[in-house]
Write a protein that binds this ligand. Structure first.
Ligand code: HEC
Ligand code: HEC
Length: 381
């Protein structure tokens, strides 16, 4: 059953899911060797073990459970089912649906469904990628900073606004892969709103118009987005500043690729390692990494006021806990039996079963415990 899950998710071209499973199972697409290697999957800085053949985040994905009888029941998906999953959204507008959404709505959805991982205003942290670091046009210029020549220059900032060449990837990524444990759950209008919000926090403009707080994005406007780094990936082979001979260089396929074919190398796709080659590992190889990957969020500390546990639950826990271990549900009995000190400690530190440290919040221990009290009992003390 898990094999099929993974195949479907990969075929859906979900950048997030592909990256997730590439890390988790060596990039295999669901063959027997992946079964062996699929003990752990990595999400941001947190690693999850596989539970009942599903990784932590997918384990709590009600969408998967809901779809189970239809497409996860152990048969090969039909061509049409795959087609329905595999919706490419291309820079020329192919696959981009009609719809619209405002920055204002986007911010609201972001605060409900994205902020717990991607941080306030997309600041990122704790292994989760930033969706903005500031003004995209200014930051794009940092990509060519040369700190060897100018040690005081800022290092290159690579995030959506400053680095990605195409906006279609953002739409596609959010539509297919986010929010992480609930991929494919957003409507087209919601995705337009979220894209508008991400453009807004990157201080971008479309067709000379600033994407300000009142902006409403639709398909037509979307297609006019010009990303600051759109020319940053391929060399300009025609312009006056083009490298001499670069066109001739690229015209000859032998000139590039992993091996230099001009020097007699042979391209190889299978069993390429010569049997005689032995890999030598010093002291048996590196076994443990130090320091271990952190699952602690590193957002700046904020001055704490007492929080409303119900409000925190709604914004930071409900997305996972509404379907599993909901406030006051009977499912809590087994956890609470271990004693509340253990429950607090585990929830603060995070668990291998899929609970992120403090649920991904940056609350103080005291505040966080009031939310744990609420979630375990369904009552606010
Ligand atoms: C449970 C945590 C979680 C939630 C909630 C979440 N994301 Fe993500 N997001 C991730 C992780 C992890 C990645 C990186 C995935 C990877 O590289 O494999 C990511 C990547 C992204 C990226 C690509 C960023 C880049 O530079 O590579 C975008 C865009 C994004 N998320 C948007 C959203 C939006 C919009 C929402 C809310 C609808 C959302 N995410 C909710 C965890 C989350
Ligand atoms: C990304 C999904 C996710 C989010 C967000 C999340 N949880 Fe959890 N939580 C889980 C899962 C999955 C478990 C079960 C883990 C296990 O059994 O090891 C869990 C377990 C717990 C436990 C029991 C810990 C133990 O082992 O005794 C507590 C308490 C808890 N969550 C509280 C919260 C609170 C409070 C929030 C919000 C501030 C929150 N969670 C947000 C997924 C999540």
């Amino acid at each position: 059953m898990f094999k099929l899950d993974r195949k479907l998710i990969i075929t859906a071209s979900t950048a997030a899911a592909v990256a997730l499973f590439t890390l988790g199972c060596g990039g295999s697409t669901g063959t027997t060797e992946s079964k062996k290697a699929s003990k752990i999957s990595i999400d941001g800085g947190v690693s999850y073990p596989v539970v009942n053949d599903k990784t932590g985040p997918y384990y709590v994905n009600p969408q998967v459970a809901q779809d189970a009888p239809k497409i996860y029941n152990g048969r090969v998906p039909t061509a049409n089912e795959l087609k329905a999953w595999n919706k490419d959204i291309m820079p020329d507008g192919t696959g981009l649906p009609e719809g619209s959404g405002s920055v204002e709505d986007g911010e609201e959805i972001y605060d409900a469904k994205c902020v717990m991982c991607h941080g306030d205003f997309g600041s990122g942290g704790g292994g989760y990628p930033a969706l903005s670091k500031g003004n995209a046009y200014d930051l794009q210029k940092t990509l060519t900073n040369n700190r060897w020549k100018d040690p005081d220059a800022d290092g290159p900032t690579r995030e959506f606004g400053s680095y990605w060449p195409q906006a279609s990837t953002l739409f596609w990524y959010i539509k297919d892969g986010m929010p992480h444990p609930f991929s494919k759950s957003l409507s087209d209008d919601e995705v337009y709103a979220l894209v508008a919000y991400v453009l807004n926090i990157n201080e971008m403009e479309i067709d000379g118009v600033e994407v300000d707080d009142e902006y409403v994005l639709d398909r037509e406007k979307f297609l006019k987005i010009k990303m600051p780094n759109r020319n940053g990936f391929e060399p300009n082979i025609d312009g006056p500043n083009a490298l001499p001979g670069v066109r001739a260089y690229y015209a000859n396929a032998k000139n590039f690729g992993a091996q230099n074919l001009n020097q007699g190398a042979v391209r190889c796709m299978k069993d390429c390692q010569k049997a005689s080659v032995k890999t030598k590992r010093i002291n048996g190889g590196i076994t443990g990494f130090l320091p271990p990957m952190s699952d602690v969020r590193d957002l700046p500390a904020v001055k704490e006021v007492k929080v409303d546990p119900k409000e925190v639950y709604k914004n930071a826990c409900a997305m996972c806990h509404d379907s599993y271990l909901a406030p006051g549900s009977d499912e809590w009995a087994g956890y609470v039996a271990e004693g509340m000190d253990t429950v607090y400690a585990k929830a603060i530190k995070g668990t291998q079963g899929g609970m992120p440290a403090k649920g991904g919040t940056s609350l103080s221990d005291a505040n966080f415990k009031t939310v744990v009290d609420y979630i375990t009992t369904g009552k606010v003390k």
